[in-house]
Structures are given as C-alpha cells and as structure tokens.
Ligand binder design. Structure first.
Ligand code: UDX
Length: 468
C-alpha cells in the first residue's frame, strides 16, 4: 500500500521506517527542508537504537523516500499524521500543525485518502479533523478518518513497533478497518524479520498481538489515559519512597512487594527524580485540560504533576543536606537525557536539577553517553565531559540522574581516587549501597534511610588518606 507519513519527528520517522521495513512503500514528509536534506543524505536527526540501520536499508531499497508534505499528500493513499502537538501556555495541546496538514489534504487530495491520526491528540480531535476536511475538501476527495495512537517509548521505539502490547484503531467504516488491518498485518501475524532480536523470544512469538478496534474518540482517549496512568504509577511510588525515608523502610523492597501483585505489575514502579520527556508531562497537562473543558474534574492528575515537580526540590534538598553550602562546590553529574538509550533532553529532570544547582552557585561537570550536545544547547554554562571519570574528577559528589547501564559498571577504585569526597547521590536507585561501601563510598539513594552514622563519615576524603 502507498503510505505517506507526515512529520519526520520521533514518532513519524520511527513509524515510517518500520512500516517500510515490513514491506510497505513509504513516503516520509516534513516541511523542515534541513531535516529532509539530512535524511536524504543519510544523517539521523536524533539517536534511537536500531533506527539508523532500518532507515538506511529501506532508503537504499527505495521503499522509504523523503520529501515535502504536499508530495506526501499527493502520493500516499494512507496518510499517517505524525506532526508535533506541543503544549500551549496553559497546557492544552497545540493542534495547529494538524490543522495545517488537514488543510493540505483537503486542498490537494483527490480520489480516496485514509487519514490516520497518529500524533498524540486530545479526545474529539478526530471529530474536528473530519469537520475540517468536509469544509475545505475539493469535490474529488473521498476519505475516512482513523485514530491509531502510538505507544512507542523513546530508546525502545523500534522494538515497541515490532513487539507492541496492542495495536489500537479507532474507525468508523469497514473500509477503514480493513485497510488498517492490512497495514499492520505483518506485525499482527508476526511475518517479519525482527531488526532488533536475532531470534524473538518464543513466548513473544507465540503471543498474538491484540488488535483493538474502537470508535475514534475511545482510541484517542486510550493514549492520554495510558500515559497518565503510567505517570500516576511513578508519582505514587515516589510518594511511597518519601514515606520509606521517613519510616526507615526500603522502597526497593516495598516496590518489589507491591509489584508482585499481578493486578499491579512491577513495571513503572521505579522511584527517582521524577518523569520527564516530551510525552508524560505534556500529555498529562493536555489530558487535564481537555477533561476540564468537558466538565470533568481531573484533580487527581494535577496531583500527579505536583508530586512529580516536587521530586526535583526533594532531590536538591538531599544534595544540600550532604554538601551543606553549594556555592563554589564542584559537583559531578552522570546522565542528562530524560531516560537512558536516547539523546533527548526535553523536559529532562536532570537538566532541571542542574539549573537549580547552578542557581545555588554550584559548579557542574556533566557526562552522558549520548545527550551532551543537546544538553549543551540548553545549558552552555556546564562543563561537559567525555567520560564518567572526567565528570567526577575533583568533585565533592557525583549525582546519578539518568540510569545508563555504563554507570553500573564503573571502576570504583579509580573513581574514588579522583574525587574530593567519595559520595554518590543516586537519583535513580540503580546502584548498591553495600557494594559502594566496600569501595569506601558514601551512598545516598531514594526511598531508604540515608542517615550515615557520624563515625562512618570519618576519613571521607577521596584518596582514602583521611587527611583533611
Ligand atoms: C512514554 C510512554 O511509555 C510511551 O508508551 C508513549 O508512547 C510515549 O511516552 P517515553 O516518554 O519515551 O514513553 O518514556 P518512558 O519510558 O515511558 O519514561 C517516561 C519517564 O518516566 C522517564 O523520564 C523515565 O525516567 C520515568 N520513569 C519511568 C520513572 O521515573 N520510573 C519508572 O518506573 C519508569
């Protein structure tokens, strides 16, 4: 099927490349000519595991092409709208890019078009989209509108495309339903060569992919509600983490105990410095706004947002408690991206914490395996380093703010010799206090009793000499 994907951002490019990988001919369109040049010349606008290989392979096989939106509308029979819906000032989703695409489809579209909403949008956007197409369409245009929310996670986007928990389609006609089933058939029937796993797990191979068919509004709500529920789970466990600190309990054990209940599940119960990224914060706000507009009180989700914002202050308080005066203190930071396996720093808690520490006069040396360039554009006054040791050199503490795997596997002895004080403050609870103690480190984590007896603090100087 001739497919066009409008918008070559994170969702659009991943979707376009993966649809080409399962055999469709895909035209990926964007009105950012610089990005199009990059993509046509084999450069990737962002880092995402496995994606570059898929883009290269399918571009070379001419199954994936790039060009302007107008050409995309002319050439595609199925049109995936994957443009950005950033937050407006009060948190509503900005739908202007969607409207622009709808206008191009209405004016240029001829014959039949399957118009597929894939951007994350508030409920009733599909209704607006249909109305807009009806208002501005040429006589020759016939169309169906579909909602097909995406659930891709950054850092695991390709894997999530090929191994989805479900595919959701909101449709109004059997014709639209059949085409959506056709588009996803290789994923639903697992007739694809997986670009992520040399051999997909038997369990996964055996599990049929749910193909959930609903009306358009319900499909739109599935996305906002799913993200808001996951965000709520994170804020809940962060609340319990605070209680563990006050009660002398251990959040890691508590989360384990909660997660063993199959009705709850262990995923998204990792406490830390809060959720970030371009999805949860904005989707939560947009969901609250649309609910209020429709007369529903979603104060529960406002609380989820408040708890999340408080994580930043809570963490900075932890740093202050250990370092006392921050002014002039050298602090090392490990991790800048909002989560591992991505170079994305949008709404990253790490950057918010760095800004807070800089405002208190601290000096920051930071390292991240992928996100330094993006972080430097946001906060140029930080010293960016090329490895975790350089970031720790001469510092009074290292803050772990993004749980990249490489931070679990550090040469602790070498690190201790580099630091002014062997103190690790772990904002993601991925390191072990006991292991670090064997290397003479003081460890402060989230959600467990952080108090270190005075006598254990003696001789905390980095080089183990104990000399002040
Ligand atoms: C999210 C949804 O997971 C995905 O389905 C949707 O399509 C887009 O939004 P993403 O934003 O890429 O994906 O990241 P995700 O892995 O969900 O993490 C979001 C944030 O929550 C990150 O900042 C992460 O560090 C944080 N998080 C996640 C926690 O603090 N604790 C957890 O247990 C899980």
């Amino acid at each position: 099927m001739e497919i066009s994907v409008i918008g070559a951002g994170y969702v659009g490019l991943t979707t376009a490349a993966c649809l080409a990988e399962i055999g469709h001919h895909v035209f990926c369109a964007d009105n950012d000519t610089q990005k199009l040049d990059q993509l046509q010349n084999g450069q990737m606008p962002f880092y995402e595991p496995h994606l570059e290989g898929i883009v290269d392979r399918n571009r070379e096989a001419k199954r994936l092409e790039f060009g302007p939106t107008e050409e995309g509308v002319d050439r595609g029979r199925a049109l995936f709208i994957c443009v950005g819906t950033p937050p407006l000032e009060k948190g509503e989703a900005d739908l202007s890019a969607i409207e622009r695409v709808a206008r191009v489809i209405a004016h240029r579209g001829h014959g039949y078009r399957l118009v597929i909403e894939k951007s994350t949008v508030p409920v009733q956007t599909g209704r607006q989209l249909k109305r807009h197409l009806a208002l501005f369409r040429t006589k020759e245009l016939e169309y169906d509108v579909v909602s097909n929310p995406e659930f891709l996670r950054e850092g695991a986007g390709v894997e999530d495309f090929f191994h989805p928990d479900r595919v959701v389609v909101g449709v109004e006609t059997p014709r639209a339903l059949e085409q959506m089933r056709e588009i996803y058939r290789p994923v639903l029937e697992r007739t694809f060569a997986c670009p992520v796993h040399s051999e997909c797990s038997r369990q996964d191979a055996a599990r049929p992919v749910p193909f959930l068919v609903t009306d358009i509004a319900s499909a739109e709500l599935v996305k906002h509600a799913s993200n808001s529920f996951l965000a709520m789970k994170i804020s809940f466990i962060n609340l319990v983490a605070d209680l563990c600190e006050a009660a002398g309990a251990d959040i890691n054990r508590v989360a384990e105990g909660i997660g063993l209940d199959r009705r709850i599940g262990s995923s998204f119960l990792r406490p830390g410095i809060g959720f970030g990224g371009f999805c949860f914060p904005k989707d939560l706000q947009a969901f609250v706004r649309i609910a209020e507009k429709l007369g529903c009180d979603f104060s529960l989700l406002k609380e989820v947002e408040r708890i999340n914002l408080r994580r930043l202050d809570h963490f900075v308080e932890k740093v202050k408690k250990e370092l006392w005066v921050l002014r002039g203190k050298e602090i090392g930071v490990w991790g800048l991206a909002f989560k591992p396996n991505t170079d994305d720093v949008r709404f990253a808690p790490a950057l918010a914490i760095i800004r807070h520490l800089l405002a208190e006069g601290a000096e920051i040396q930071a390292y991240d395996p992928r996100a330094v360039d993006n972080a430097r554009r946001e906060i140029p006054e930080v010293t960016y380093c090329s490895d975790p040791y350089e970031a720790a050199r001469g510092t009074e503490a290292v803050l772990l703010l993004t749980e990249w795997d490489e931070f679990r596997d550090v040469d602790w002895e070498r690190l201790r010799a580099l630091m002014e004080r062997p103190l690790i403050i772990d904002g993601r609870n991925v390191l072990s206090r006991d292991v670090l103690a064997t290397y003479g480190f003081q460890y402060v984590g989230i959600g467990h009793d952080a108090e270190v007896p005075e006598n254990e603090l003696a001789g905390a100087r980095g080089d183990g000499s104990g000399k002040v």
